[in-house]
Design a protein around this ligand. Structure first.
Ligand SMILES: Cc1ncc(COP(=O)(O)O)c(C=O)c1O
Length: 380
């Protein structure tokens, strides 16, 4: 039983307040059955027939995410990439996709190398340059505009409302990868996006123990129906155990990401004047190029991700990452443990990431400990 006036944090804390009907448990069970008994007249009135299209635990986690995003519906996938690519695969054949040049590299590689095999054409643009976006989103050819904000790994901001207007005026749909912003700080659907996407592997789950992805919609429509069909036909549904872990994690989302953003703000401010650094990239810093958009678009925090660039170049960046004792040298982001990564090395050949850059995912440790460890590694 939920009240429509309750805030997202309230709804998430109780996983929508659903009580398990047999025992009245406050923690839901995991529904693992792959098949379901039909009624005597062969109907499926309970709503389930087979485990590939749908699952009750997955539905429960989807309902919480939909509440957090202000969405009418959400769909969970086996990874963020499965969610992102389902949007493009659902487009009519030969669609035109406009995406940012600075975007999660897995998405960029898929769009440039795999999407053309499905007949789609892809233009990569500077999403912070609205004239460039307008030029790329040509009427008649438009299919989808893809935005990631803040985007990997420079945390560039895109004005979602402005790009939504450009996309819609050309007949295109807008999808926003809001993985880094989380529904706590930005709700893209309320700014005009048609679809919001997350790698649930990151903040939504937040404990580095689930790979998952999600899409959410405000109004549904033909593209949404095609996405649903792709999830079923491609067998891309999230597994029930992963959905259960995600459901557990969503209950603490706001508390986690608010603390992570506060620590990231503290670290960014204290690193800004560090002599070993040429740049500290964090949307919460006044000198960050996207700061004004971030102030308008992000409510309550600027996220837990920042990047630092070293005066000493790539060698200094690699050496710093090798010396930390508290930060974990690992890829990914959004977990409770802080991660440091030489991003260009992870992305490999073709990476657009500056080679002197270290990407930092701030966890829930004491920010003083994180700063001391980083400072020692930078200073030696
Ligand atoms: C912003 C962003 N989008 C999408 C993805 C892909 O998500 P997954 O690894 O869950 O497939 C990632 C993964 O790092 C990401 O950081």
């Amino acid at each position: 039983m939920t009240d429509k006036h309750w805030k997202p944090r309230t709804l998430a804390a109780q996983a929508l307040g659903l009580e398990e009907p047999v025992t009245k448990a406050v923690v839901p069970p995991v529904h693992v059955s792959t098949t379901f008994v039909r009624d005597a007249d062969n109907q499926t009135r309970a709503g389930f027939s087979y485990g590939r299209p749908d699952n009750a635990t997955v539905r429960h986690a989807e309902a919480v995410i939909a509440a957090l995003e202000g969405a009418s519906e959400a769909l969970l996938f086996g990874s963020g990439m499965a969610a992102a690519t389902a949007v493009v695969l659902a487009l009519p054949q030969g669609a035109h996709v406009v995406a940012p040049r600075e975007v999660y590299w897995g998405v960029r590689n898929w769009l440039t190398q795999t999407a053309p095999k499905f007949g789609h054409s892809v233009d990569l643009v500077d999403m912070s340059d609205l004239d460039a976006v307008r030029e790329a989103v040509k009427s008649g050819r438009a299919g989808l505009v893809w935005v990631e904000t803040p985007s990997n790994p420079l945390w560039t901001l895109t004005d979602i409302a402005a790009v939504a207007e450009i996309a819609h005026s050309a007949g295109a749909r807008l999808a926003v990868d809001s993985t880094v912003a989380t529904p706590v700080f930005t709700r893209p659907l309320s700014l005009g996006a048609d679809i919001v996407m997350h790698s649930a592997t990151k903040y939504l789950n937040g404990h580095s123990d689930v790979i998952g992805g999600v899409l959410a919609t405000g109004a549904g429509g033909a593209l949404w129906d095609a996405i649903k069909s792709i999830r079923t036909r491609h067998g891309a549904l999230l597994g029930p155990f992963e959905a259960w872990l995600l459901l557990r994690s969503l209950r603490t989302l706001e508390a986690r990401v608010t603390a992570q953003a506060t620590s990231a703000t503290t670290l960014a401010a204290r690193l800004e004047t560090h002599p070993a650094l040429s740049h500290v990239l964090y949307p919460g810093l006044a000198r960050h190029p996207g700061h004004d958009i971030a102030c308008r678009q992000m409510q309550g925090g600027f996220g837990g991700m920042l990047s630092i660039r070293l005066e000493g170049g790539e060698a200094a960046a690699v050496a710093t990452a090798s010396k930390v004792r508290l930060w974990k040298r690992a890829t990914s982001l959004g977990g409770v443990e802080s991660l440091i990564e030489h991003r260009a090395a992870t992305e490999g050949p073709g990476s657009l990431c500056p080679r002197d850059l270290l990407r930092l995912s701030v966890g829930l440790e004491d920010p003083d400990d994180l700063l001391t460890d980083l400072d020692e590694a930078l200073g030696d």
